[in-house]
Design a protein around this ligand. Structure first.
Ligand code: ATP
Length: 431
């Protein structure tokens, strides 16, 4: 339908980007393929008025497919049609753009748009394997447009950029390149790897980290790439490769993949398996928080804000140092006649923190502290006072604000093993 509508208007229509790559890959290994994300580009018009061709085509299609939702993104002359019955099983996202060239008025800035030919449209893309187009309109419908050797690179299993400046223009492509390499089992083509190292050596990461005010879109894209990577099953290999390339500097110029960070990430996985077996936390975000937590404390909040993490996450990273200092107290060992900190004191200390904060603290702490946090989460935090408010009333105590204190005292005594049944609890209250 899309090609008929385009054809009727005298336009060319192309399937571009990831769908072409995945179709060719699926063909190579005779695999069936479920494509949920389709990128179309309209091209071949002559009138200036047709600059909004993509939007017009999307509107025409929506008249036919009335169940689709239409979204128009004016500044970029793109529209999207969304079929969204079930996000997991039955969704389809079709982006329709008008072919365009992007100028970068200064490196790492937001692209500006103008109508142009399909070749130029493909040239602005990230890697050769993502820069092929399949013509959907006649003449020559079904023809593969491969100006930059994408098919060759698919066969050679390599990720190659289209030009030397690519990573300087958009450093998030480093993350995309690594993601595709690890996901597809490809390698970075040697020259491309050199461009990455050159971009990093020339300080491209400084712009990603500091230009938040000037190019927030870059931070948004970096976060999106980090999410893609950190929620994928291959996240460890991808992070390892990013670390080897020095690309973690894009998150913060002091961040590198050293033994300490690797150890903390391993501990995090163990903590997530133990403390969050139901998967209620957002694991990719916890991994990102653990990365940021490895920075010196004065940088953490700023990096979390730049990456537009949610407020609770920013708050956690800003307060992590203080929380760690506080939690340290639970590791006090009995010495010089002082008693070991009691379970009720541990509960008192830890109950002010949520689970993600306790996990971040655990990851950075000694084994003794981790064991206490574990005991708190699995046992001590579940303990209830032996008597409740109703019991106190039945025992003849007059209700009032002091009930809270009585119940807290009962809980502390229960936790510390001073009372273990109702009889002892009642006696404890009288005493
Ligand atoms: P995936 O299967 O992971 O969704 P994709 O190739 O479809 O992969 P998208 O992020 O949906 O990835 O991007 C669609 C297309 O847009 C890419 O194939 C690529 O051609 C182009 N593209 C996306 N991001 C960039 C970028 N930062 N620089 C240049 N081109 C990009």
């Amino acid at each position: 339908k899309a090609s008929q509508e385009a054809q009727r208007r005298g336009w060319h229509l192309y399937l571009v980007g990831g769908a072409v790559r995945d179709l060719l890959l699926a063909k190579a290994v005779t695999r069936t393929l479920l494509i949920k994300d389709i990128d179309l580009v309209v091209d071949g018009f002559h009138k200036a008025a047709d600059v909004g061709a993509g939007v017009e085509l999307a509107k025409a299609l929506q008249q036919i497919y009335t169940t689709a939702r239409l979204e128009v993104h004016g500044a970029f002359q793109t529209a999207a049609l969304l079929w969204h019955k079930d996000p997991e099983l039955d969704s389809l996202w079709v982006d329709i753009a008008t072919s365009r060239t992007e100028f970068y008025p200064y490196p790492a800035a937001n692209p500006e748009v103008e109508a142009s030919s399909i070749r130029q449209d493909l040239y602005r893309r990230d890697f050769t394997i993502n820069a092929m187009a399949l013509r959907l309109t006649s003449p020559n419908s079904g023809e593969l447009l491969d100006f930059f050797g994408g098919l060759h690179d698919l066969e050679a299993k390599q990720i190659r950029v289209l030009h030397a400046n690519s990573f300087i223009e958009d450093p998030t492509r480093i993350y995309r390149g690594v993601r595709f390499a690890v996901r597809l089992g490809f390698h970075l083509e040697p020259q491309t790897e050199e461009y990455i190292r050159y971009a990093i050596d020339s300080g491209v990461y400084d712009r990603t980290a500091r230009e938040n005010g000037r190019a927030p879109a870059l931070q948004t894209r970096l976060k999106a790439e980090l999410k893609h990577i950190l929620e994928a099953p291959y996240w460890k290999s991808a992070l390892q490769l990013l670390g080897d390339l020095g690309a973690l500097k894009c998150i913060h110029h002091t961040l590198s993949l050293d033994e300490n960070l690797l150890r903390q990430l391993r501990l995090l996985e163990r903590c997530l398996r133990r403390y969050d077996p139901q998967g209620t936390l957002i694991h990719w975000q916890m991994r990102l928080e653990a990365l940021i937590a490895c920075l010196a404390s004065e940088y953490r909040g700023e990096v979390a804000k730049n990456l537009q993490l949610p407020d609770d996450s920013i708050h956690r990273l800003e307060n992590l140092a203080k929380a760690r200092e506080n939690v340290e107290k639970i590791s006090v060992l009995p010495e010089n006649g002082k008693a070991e900190i009691s379970p009720s004191q541990v509960v008192q200390l830890l109950r002010q923190y949520d689970l993600p904060m306790l996990i971040l603290v655990a990851v950075q702490s000694s084994r003794t502290i981790r064991q206490k946090i574990w005991k708190y989460l699995t046992v001590w935090s579940q303990v209830q006072p032996i008597l409740n408010g109703n019991d106190l009333k039945k025992l003849g105590y007059k209700p009032g604000p002091h009930f809270r204190q009585m119940l807290d005292d009962l809980l502390a005594a229960t936790l510390d093993g001073k009372i273990c049944d109702r009889f002892e609890a009642e006696k404890f209250l009288i005493d």
